[in-house]
Design a protein. Structure first.
Length: 201
């Protein structure tokens, strides 16, 4: 394991983490290592070639992360430009530049109405919604005859829907971990109101 903390100190390591390691060329051996050093030094702004060499010396696997670095540069360059580190992926993933461009193109080249109405714009929107629902089920290998994909505004709304509709009853049990998202804890109140036992693991 690369010990950035011990070798360079926590302050330097956090600074490098904030900047990201820049573009690291994918490759193996001396040629791949040379491309990695050049890419990391070029894109890491204040990271010197000596630092890059030290990182690759103790963590040669960084030389294999070129695709990730390319994706960061092409779709998430605002992180470096605005000097951000984003770690809240359980709360919500970052949208990519390509998602914005593709969605913008979709909206500029179509007219969408309220889904489930009977007019051309609504039918086009319904087709997109049902297509997305089908793809979600396919991703989870969930047959449409047995499962339904329900779209909600966010995770909290989804958990509220589960809490309201789950058949909690006396003699039943709601088991949850001590450390949870607030919305998971909120389901507990639905269980308690219907007489189910609350247990923590």
């Amino acid at each position: 394991m690369c010990d950035l903390w011990g070798e360079y100190g926590g302050k330097w390591a956090m600074e490098e983490l904030r900047k990201g390691f820049g573009k690291v060329s994918e490759g193996f051996g001396e040629q791949g290592r040379a491309r990695s050093v050049a890419g990391m030094a070029e894109n890491g702004r204040r990271m010197s070639k000596n630092h890059v060499e030290s990182i690759l010396g103790c963590c040669p696997e960084y030389a294999q992360t070129g695709a990730i670095d390319d994706l960061r540069a092409s779709d998430y360059s605002r992180l470096d430009r605005l000097n951000h580190v984003y770690l809240d992926y359980t709360g919500g993933g970052l949208y990519s530049d390509s998602q914005i461009e593709r969605h913008n193109h979709l909206l500029r080249t179509h007219v969408f109405g309220n889904p489930h109405s009977h007019n051309p714009t609504s039918e086009e929107m319904t087709g997109l919604v049902e297509g997305a629902r089908r793809r979600v089920l396919e991703f989870f290998s969930a047959p449409a005859e047995e499962y339904a994909a329900v779209f909600t505004s966010n995770a909290s709304a989804a958990l509220k829907l589960v809490g309201e509709s789950y058949p909690f009853a006396p003699g039943g049990r709601y088991l949850l971990t001590f450390d949870n998202h607030n919305s998971v804890n909120g389901v507990r109140e639905f269980a308690r109101a219907r007489g189910a036992e609350i247990r923590y693991a």
